[in-house]
Write a protein that binds this ligand. Structure first.
Ligand SMILES: NC(=O)c1ccc[n+]([C@@H]2O[C@H](COP(=O)([O-])OP(=O)(O)OC[C@H]3O[C@@H](n4cnc5c(N)ncnc54)[C@H](O)[C@@H]3O)[C@@H](O)[C@H]2O)c1
Length: 258
């Protein structure tokens, strides 16, 4: 396994851990938003391993902001890291995989590709682009034996701690990194040999529902934001569904009299 990341220390540690557990891994410092780095990575792979059979496009960098507040610089960095990287990594992987008789590409999206959250402009746009590019690459890769799929995780804390409760999730809790890794492993395996162009959502049901603040598991965890939101929805509903007011009797009488 080759780990390509900008974080040299952490990347090297992960590679060492994989080797300690009996696997084979190597870290190669790569900024996936830079064409020159990706060209070097694939040249390195060509000389040493022949090329990738499986590519997971996972890199992420983002900044919070609406279209009004996000800077152009942050938009470009987000798009380069999350979208251009998928394009360039796959651009290099395609010919190598074709020559090796096929391969598998798995892109990492997010539930934010399909549902919005305040000030996630570049993240949502990038993840939606990744899902669309997945379908496009699957169509172009199908005839040459390259399968391309995508995973869209929900809320996954990246710590060793057990995932906490989350009232937005029908399963009542956040996810574990292993629960995402398991689906990626499935998509990379022959178990998924007839799957391509798909996005699998791994979110405990978060995007399957309009979260119900009255659900039993949500009572304790409901945030003050959602209490305010629920109160405001009720007020709006009262205004919308209130019976129409009759015109004041006096003016009615006046009209009658005119
Ligand atoms: N954790 C979640 O709740 C969650 C939810 C939905 C989707 N995701 C997606 O899962 C993927 C992994 O995220 P994570 O939560 O493990 O976060 P993370 O920050 O641990 O992983 C992102 C990795 O990308 C690397 N990276 C950033 N810029 C890079 C660049 N220019 N070149 C090379 N590497 C670069 C970072 O160094 C880091 O190792 C991301 O695509 C993210 O959008 C995560």
């Amino acid at each position: 396994m080759i780990i390509a990341d900008i974080l040299a220390e952490q990347g090297t540690q992960v590679a060492e851990e994989i080797c300690r557990r009996g696997g084979a891994a190597r870290f190669i410092h790569t900024d996936v938003s830079r064409h020159a780095d990706i060209a070097n990575l694939f040249e390195n792979l060509r000389k040493t391993h022949g090329g990738p059979d499986i590519l997971v496009n996972n890199a992420y960098w983002s900044a919070r902001g609406s279209v009004e507040t996000l800077s152009e610089e942050d938009w470009d960095r987000g798009m380069d890291t999350m979208v251009k990287s998928v394009f360039l990594m796959s651009k290099y992987a395609f010919p190598v995989m074709r020559n090796r008789g096929g391969g598998v590409i798995i892109n990492v999206s997010s539930v934010h590709a399909r549902v919005a959250w305040p000030e996630y402009a570049v993240y949502s746009a990038a993840k939606a682009a990744i899902e669309s590019l997945t379908r496009q690459m699957a169509v172009d890769g199908g005839p040459i034996g390259i399968r391309v799929n995508c995973v869209a995780p929900g809320s996954i804390p990246i710590t060793d701690q057990p995932p906490g409760q989350d009232w937005r999730v029908p399963m009542g809790r956040r996810g574990k990194p292993q629960e995402v890794a398991g689906v990626i492993r499935f998509l990379a395996s022959d178990e998924a040999a007839y799957m391509t162009g798909q996005t699998l959502t791994i979110d405990g049901g978060m995007t399957a529902t309009l979260a119900q603040p009255t659900a039993p598991h949500s009572q304790a965890g409901i945030s003050s934001f959602s209490r305010r939101a629920v109160h405001s929805w009720i007020q709006s509903a009262r205004r919308i569904f209130a019976p129409p007011r009759r015109s004041p009797a006096k003016s009615y009488d006046n009209q009658q009299g005119s």
